[in-house]
Design a protein around this ligand. Structure first.
Ligand code: FAD
Length: 456
């Protein structure tokens, strides 16, 4: 049964990060975007607040449940999507493989400081010619004199300009992708030019190349790269969806506040039906997206295989976020086009959520193909489906790649067995502590600036 009430712990987490975003993130957001610069001070602060260790069990982290994490992500993203993008990279992909697989001295030296925000982690998967089709990557690792050495070129690496450690996917055989840890300063590792971006500008991104660069260690078993990645894929999608909720909420709040103040033809513009229609569509879209994200999170927390749900949540929330930010720009008209108002930044930033965690096109294709292949009832999605096989595995069983490629675009986005971090610990706990699940069903209270986050 769905329970729409947040636990005290979930409410406390949401309130903590709401205050952080309101007091510390929001005031710096425009400046960080303009310069652009990595938000070092906010990053450290997020570490102090325990954000980076939320999804790791003790003793490394606090083992917060998935919903608490998503609430925190939405709050930070409401303050700045760029800051949230940098922080979520650290709390998920930038540290996941290290937390999961690093041992001994390397783990001792890097993990705790990374979870405090003192060491920055980056993940290197995408290559200039391998984006959605990750399996076509050409970066390779060879074992020589007892060490793995990497050669190749990665791009779009979030936080690379400031990163201390790099989790790198590389080919170790014809059909084998493995994961390695490399540290800044490693001979042959070069951080290239910054990529000048449309949005999330304070989340710095650059190329990273490897020329016979020695790895500190392999993270996980040889050839287990994709399986490891699949373990957090649902969470990556839900996290991206929560980013979308945050920026969409900021856009709605700003548009509502503006429409109350701005007067034309002798009255506030919020009294014009055309503007009201924008506001109604924005808020309805936002709440629908939130409901889908939280329903999907709830499924994950119940232990259901949630690949399909997380794809739908990510797809819908990111598309809605872009639409909502666009509507906000229309409500503000010329001021929505001006850099001195934040709504144009929201729109630029929101477009990132269409790409990260799998593009909308990829997700639509995967969803529809799954239903067509399976001939299942696509509306029957929920915890009760976990016992049934639902996706065809003919090609995988035959060891064949999908005809349209793999990686972000193919098999990577297909449902995986519930293992590792996606397996709940306890009845309703996702990766960490349990607790009643609080999806949000009742209407958020309109605060002084409009809609608020999931209310308990
Ligand atoms: C701000 C930002 C930060 C990023 N950070 C990281 C990072 O830290 N680490 C990292 O490794 N990567 C990162 N990425 C890269 C990101 O994961 C890729 O951009 C993404 O996987 C898409 O790849 P691509 O851009 O090469 O697009 P392509 O795969 O070339 O796609 C181009 C177009 O073709 C469509 N398309 C491709 N294949 C199919 C198909 N099979 N069916 C239907 N449509 C298809 C796509 O939807 C898209 O519209 C980042 C990207 C951005 C924008």
């Amino acid at each position: 049964m769905l329970d729409f009430t947040l636990t005290e712990e979930q409410q406390a987490t949401r309130d903590l990060f709401r205050e952080f975003a309101e007091r510390e993130v929001r005031p710096l957001a425009a400046e960080l975007d303009r310069e652009p610069r990595f938000p070092a001070e906010l990053f450290r602060r997020a570490g102090e607040l325990g954000f980076f260790g939320m999804r790791y069990p003790a003793p490394d982290g606090s083992g917060a449940d998935l919903l608490s994490y998503l609430l925190a992500v939405e709050e930070i993203a409401r303050g700045s999507l760029a800051v949230a993008a940098a922080c979520t990279m650290q709390s998920l992909m930038g540290t996941f493989f290290v937390q999961r697989h690093a041992q001994g001295e390397v783990r001792e030296r890097l993990l705790a400081p990374a979870l405090r925000g003192e060491v920055v982690g980056a993940i290197c998967m995408t290559e200039p010619d391998a984006g959605s089709d990750l399996f076509s990557m050409t970066t390779r690792a060879e074992q020589r004199d007892g060490a793995w050495r990497l050669t190749g070129r990665k791009t779009w690496v979030t936080s690379a300009p400031v990163a201390d450690m790099f989790t790198v996917f590389a080919r170790t055989g014809e059909r084998e992708l493995s994961v390695f840890l490399l540290e800044r300063g490693s001979p042959g590792l070069l951080v290239g030019r910054d990529i000048d971006k449309m949005g999330v500008r304070a989340s710095l991104t650059s190329e990273v190349s490897f020329d016979d660069a020695p790895a500190a260690c392999m993270l996980g078993a040889r050839g287990a790269g994709m399986e490891s990645l699949r373990e957090i894929l649902c969470e990556i999608r839900l996290m991206t969806a929560a980013l979308a909720l945050g920026v969409a909420r900021a856009a709605f709040e700003d548009a509502l506040a503006y429409s109350r103040q701005r007067r034309q033809f002798g009255k506030p513009i919020c009294e014009f039906q055309a503007v009201q229609a924008h506001l109604a569509e924005m808020r309805t879209g936002l709440e629908a997206a939130r409901a889908l994200v939280l329903w999907s999170a709830w499924n994950s927390m119940q232990g259901a295989e949630n690949s399909e749900g997380s794809m739908m949540a990510k797809l819908f929330a990111s598309e809605k976020a872009v639409e909502i930010c666009d509507r906000a720009c229309r409500v503000l008209a010329s001021y929505g086009y001006a850099a001195e108002y934040p709504v144009e930044r929201y729109l630029r930033d929101a477009r990132f959520t269409l790409i990260g965690g799998g593009t909308s096109e990829i997700l639509r294709g995967n969803l529809a193909r799954g239903w067509c292949d399976e001939r299942c009832n696509p509306t029957d999605q929920g915890a009760d489906r976990q016992a049934r096989p639902r996706w065809p595995r003919r090609r995988r069983q035959a060891g064949l790649p999908r005809p349209d490629g793999c990686g972000h675009g193919g098999d990577l986005h297909r449902p995986a067995p519930v293992t590792g971090v996606n397996r709940p610990r306890g009845r309703a706990g996702g990766r960490g502590r349990g607790g009643a699940v609080g999806a949000v069903g009742r209407a958020p209270e309109p605060g002084p600036q409009g809609v608020r986050a999931a209310e308990g």
